[in-house]
Design a protein around this ligand. Structure first.
Ligand code: PRP
Ligand code: URA
Length: 210
């Protein structure tokens, strides 16, 4: 399981996640932090992008150097809370295409319910980075990945801020081909399937709806 899971240990990310967890962090700062952490994570999530050699001239001499080989990427936030991570990703990958999947977790069954999907037309040719700040039971992420696969998408990474061990187990079991990147791995779920210690309801904190 561990070879498919990358937990960030960078001090900047750890610091920002601590601020995010604090119940006294208000909506404005929460939004900014989610976006900043997503941007910092994008750096690692895109580490394996292929490069190609090109010839250029510096003011001093001609030289061979490397640029991105142009592998196409799409990011797909899971609505609502995944939207908070889009801005930070786009800052680092300005030409990225953005699809959307709408899922909510039924409050009684905690099963994911799908209500929206709009993806770029050429999505099957792209590497897809699925975004959601919270991986709790893993039901939402697993359903979203299944949905992307049904549309013919083969190359999928999942990026979240806080992951519970239960969610990680679910994704690595249901989708062993999908790499998970998380800013922090927490202890467990509580009786309401909330992550402990977690940060509460990510969507409500991002959009100020609680
Ligand atoms: C949250 C979160 C994930 C899901 C995680 O969304 O953003 O999508 O719960 O839980 P799971 O791993 O147990 O499926 P929520 O259903 O609260 O919807 P929202 O983003 O609209 O607030
Ligand atoms: N969704 C959230 O927003 N928070 C949790 O802790 C679990 C699911």
């Amino acid at each position: 399981m561990d070879q498919n899971v990358f937990v960030f240990d960078h001090p900047l990310i750890r610091h920002k996640v601590s601020l995010l967890r604090d119940k006294n962090t208000g909506t404005k700062e929460f939004r900014e932090l989610v976006s900043e952490i997503a941007m910092l994570m994008a750096y690692e999530v895109t580490r394996d992008l292929p490069m190609k050699e090109v010839e250029i001239e510096t003011p001093v001499a001609p030289t061979k150097t490397e640029v991105l080989a142009g592998k196409q990427i799409a990011i797909v936030p899971i609505l609502r809370a995944g939207l908070g991570m889009v801005d930070g990703m786009v800052k680092l990958i300005p030409n990225v295409r953005v699809g959307h999947i709408g899922l909510y977790r039924d409050p009684v069954t905690v099963e994911p319910v799908e209500y929206y999907c709009k993806l770029p037309e050429d999505i099957t040719e792209r590497e897809v980075i699925l975004l959601d700040p919270m991986l709790a039971t893993g039901g939402s992420a697993s359903a979203a990945i299944g949905f992307l696969k049904k549309r013919g998408i083969q190359n999928i990474k999942f990026m979240c801020l806080i992951a519970a061990p239960e969610g990680i187990r679910r994704i690595t079991t249901d989708h062993p081909d999908v790499k998970i990147f998380c800013a922090a791995k927490d202890e467990k779920l509580n009786d309401h399937s909330y992550i402990v210690p977690g940060l509460g309801d990510a969507g409500d904190r991002l959009f100020g709806t609680n």
